[in-house]
Design a binder for this molecule. Structure first.
Ligand code: PRT
Ligand code: ZN
Length: 286
């Protein structure tokens, strides 16, 4: 029988859609509409398990699934030891200390002797210990932002992305103590067959992730500006250059890092580039 690997994905929440999008961009199709517990894919020997994110590290540790996609915060908080095989860079957030107005916060030592509510006691106590701060951790499983108001905590440590929730609850974010994003976790003791499949999957994921941060750019350029243009584009080995009928002009194409795109665009215009065409890249390798 052909080997398959199984992946645990959050059933419904902040990670679900992006996890499925990433897998689908790898040419793997799964019918997750019904959101049943289990599903198989077409295009790759992959089985899906849709579960609560809190359970994903344990399922992977127990071999219920071979790999999983989960927030780094959930993984670290679980205390379970697995391999983190990729940082998938989505669902980024930070675990921050927030205090009510009137709380004079200087640094972590300001929390000495205070009650801090959090859903991440392991990560928080780790940070407090490292900084030699003694505080009482109040563990709550949700709505951390209301704990100060209801009088069970003096400060909180909660996940933040935009900061709106804190503001709406009259809290001020004073220090980021930990950063998180979605990661792919895997058991370390996988069979050789499964490891081969995981590596194939990772190769596809890398190609998709690399492409997401690049644009493909194509333009015509006066031939004598080629050296300068190549220096501006940089990064890749060299741009591809095609001669045009008019010997004074060439057509140039290259991938450009998205972060540098507008700077490159403006510099190329300055060199006299014309007919600049920009395209999204779907997949790409180094
Ligand atoms: O039901 P299940 O247990 O599967 O889901 P869940 O409710 O435990 O998790 P979910 O879907 O809310 O979050 C899944 C993962 O998304 C988390 O473990 C994080 O890794 C990541 N993530 C990214 C976030 C946020 N951003 C985030 N902003 N998780 C939670 N929040 C919450 C935060 O707790 C706070 O209540 O959003 C609020 C703050 O948001 P802002 O934008 O107002 O700052
Ligand atoms: Zn959860």
């Amino acid at each position: 029988m052909e080997s398959t690997i199984s992946i645990a994905i959050q059933k419904s929440g902040r990670l679900s859609e992006k996890s499925l999008d990433l897998i689908r961009s790898c040419g793997i199709d799964v019918n997750a509409d019904s959101r049943v517990l289990k599903a198989s894919a077409s295009g790759f020997p992959l089985d899906f398990l849709f579960v609560r994110d809190d359970d994903i590290p344990q399922y992977v540790a127990d071999g219920v699934a071979d790999i999983g996609i989960v927030g780094r915060n959930e993984y670290d908080e679980s205390g379970i030891s697995l391999s983190v095989v990729r940082d998938l860079k989505f669902a980024s957030c930070r675990l921050s200390i927030a205090v009510p107005h009137g709380f004079v916060y200087k640094d972590l030592s300001s929390l000495e002797g205070k009650r801090i509510a959090t859903s991440y006691p392991r990560i928080l106590s780790d940070v407090l210990n490292k900084n030699g701060v003694n505080a009482q951790i109040v563990v709550v499983s949700g709505s951390v932002e209301i704990t100060v108001d209801v009088g069970i905590a003096d400060a909180i440590a909660d996940l933040v992305s935009t900061g709106t929730t804190l503001k709406m609850n009259g809290l001020e974010e004073v220090e980021c103590i930990y950063r998180s994003s979605a990661v792919m976790i895997a058991r370390s003791d996988m069979s050789d067959e499964k490891r081969v499949l995981l590596n194939r999957l990772l190769e596809r994921i890398d190609a998709v992730m690399l492409a997401r941060h690049q644009k493909y750019i194509l333009f015509n350029l006066p031939s004598d500006k080629l050296e300068e243009a190549a220096a501006i584009i940089g990064g890749m080995k060299s741009p591809t250059v095609t001669p045009l009928m008019d010997k004074n002009w060439v057509s140039v194409q290259s991938a450009v890092d998205e972060n540098r795109f507008w700077a490159v665009f403006e510099e190329l215009r300055r060199l006299g580039a014309e007919g600049i065409l920009v395209m999204n890249i779907e997949k790409m390798t180094e």
